[in-house]
Design a protein around this ligand. Structure first.
Ligand SMILES: CC(C)(COP(=O)(O)OP(=O)(O)OC[C@H]1O[C@@H](n2cnc3c(N)ncnc32)[C@H](O)[C@@H]1OP(=O)(O)O)[C@@H](O)C(=O)NCCC(=O)NCCS
Length: 200
């Protein structure tokens, strides 16, 4: 039952090297979340978040704590009755390569299954990590149009080098590929195009 999805259900998971608690985030975690996410955003590898956005989306977030220190975080954002996005996934530099990223993704996938999603996707610069946790690369056009809304405020909108990855949760119900026009939407009379994808 979805109403039974409480922090208790996903906490007390253990990363390989240390005792790490993974649980749903709470408002008290916002300062440490902003520090972690915006630290990576300053290096151009994540989108920056504001306190307002964090509050608005706090129910999406899982956090991993090493004692009182935030070791990592990730969010599961729902886009449709069948699709969700893993976003704001980050592990502190001091805690990388200890299995914490995997723990967080596993928790988000657990939640996605509880809610009955068919598939979960992400836009990422680290497809190698996502491959290790069960995702595979797809063409961006296969993802729901709404998933592109963050692109509008991304500094790399005209030179997008993120890779789209998907993990099917119920492969027999894999969503049909959608052929989408290269238009994101119309805003204030302006046509908004999909970001320009860099091909290596
Ligand atoms: C990507 C990130 C979340 C990985 O977290 P992590 O805790 O270091 O990863 P884990 O230790 O759980 O690694 C799980 C597996 O992925 C592999 N892996 C980890 N980082 C990887 C990378 N950058 N490239 C390829 N494989 C990677 C690990 O070797 C491990 O493999 P295994 O299955 O053989 O054990 C972390 O490096 C990070 O926060 N990066 C900066 C922010 C970022 O890029 N976020 C992603 C936004 S979409």
């Amino acid at each position: 039952m979805i109403s039974a999805l409480t922090p208790d259900l996903v906490e007390n998971q253990t990363a390989s090297a240390k005792e790490i608690e993974v649980r749903k985030a709470s408002m008290a975690d916002i300062p440490q979340l902003l520090e972690l996410i915006n630290g990576y955003a300053a290096k151009g590898i994540m989108l920056p978040r504001t306190e307002f956005e964090m509050s608005e989306n706090m129910r999406d977030f899982m956090v991993a704590f090493d004692g009182n220190k935030l070791a990592g975080c990730g969010a599961m954002h729902f886009y449709s009755p069948t699709m969700g996005e893993v976003r704001s996934l980050a592990v502190a530099e001091s805690h990388k390569t200890n299995g914490i990223g995997r723990l967080i993704v596993d928790s988000l996938i657990y939640e996605a299954k509880m809610y009955g999603l068919d598939a979960v996707f992400a836009f990422t610069y680290v497809p190698g990590f996502f491959a290790r946790v069960g995702f595979h690369e797809v063409e961006r056009g296969e993802l729901p149009l709404k998933a592109w809304k963050d692109c509008l405020r991304c500094p790399k909108f005209h030179a997008c080098d993120e890779i789209a990855v998907v993990r099917e949760l119920r492969p027999h119900r894999r969503p049909q590929r959608q052929e989408l026009p290269p238009v994101l939407g119309v805003d204030d009379g302006f046509v908004i195009l999909l970001p320009t994808v860099l091909r290596g």
